[in-house]
Ligand binder design. Sequence first.
Ligand SMILES: N[C@@H](CCC(=O)N[C@@H](CS)C(=O)NCC(=O)O)C(=O)O
Length: 255
Amino acid sequence: MASVKLYGYATSPYVRKTGCFLHYKGIDFTHIPVNPLEPEQTIGHTDGTQVPVLEIDGKWRRESSDHAHWLDELFPEKPIYPVGHRAKIDEIDRWISDTFLTSIFRGAIESDLNLQFRYRGWRLAALVSAQTPLPEQVRHQWPEFLKQAPFIQDMAKHMDLTESFKDMQMRIISELVAHIGDGPYMGGLDQPTMLDLAIFPQMVFGYMFGLEEHLSAAMHPVIKGWLKRVSQHLPDNPTLAADEMQVNSLAEALA
Ligand SMILES: N[C@@H](CCC(=O)N[C@@H](CS)C(=O)NCC(=O)O)C(=O)O
């Protein structure tokens, strides 16, 4: 049996995305939590700090979308990048990478470190600390760390910050609804693909792990129906965050 390791912290949307590829395909893997302040302890062999890193039988790769392609090459069952739909998948995947996933960081880019942002940052620090314990002082300063993180500042350079945060969120939700269309899965496909598995964990993470009080995405009937369908292909906690940190049940929110 292949040795499959996924290195990363569960607060990274990209790590959750690769985690869902593995869960969906039913591949047995080990999640190796990475301490974001001391990544060299776990991913020093990559000579870098970026996660997720997927390692299969000693070979490793970065870049979450490439992970989907690589996994299908090595484990063809339950394809998530099916031949025959690749042009459509590539197109929507560009939207996911350039627009949807980067939008998750907009709050860190624009927030003025108000109390709401600090609570969010502290909760994220607690989620990281559950898997790679962080000193109390570091947890306390997590909101500041988030704002200063070079990779987040780099993302800001590629965002249209003239569009308000609220307008951006509304636009992205309507674009997501259009990509789901009549479903059952994104792009009108009959089975989940890397597209659904990239978005799903991001939509549920905040609610399941105490960053949001309500599963706001489920207020839209199209998104709620799609969340229900995708959830049936994944474990109860597909996010890689520690089970003991879960505060809300997804199944109840989707009932
Ligand atoms: N395009 C990459 C983005 C990965 C990424 O931005 N990861 C962040 C965590 S959310 C990271 O590792 N940042 C630290 C760094 O780049 O040093 C992918 O899809 O895997």
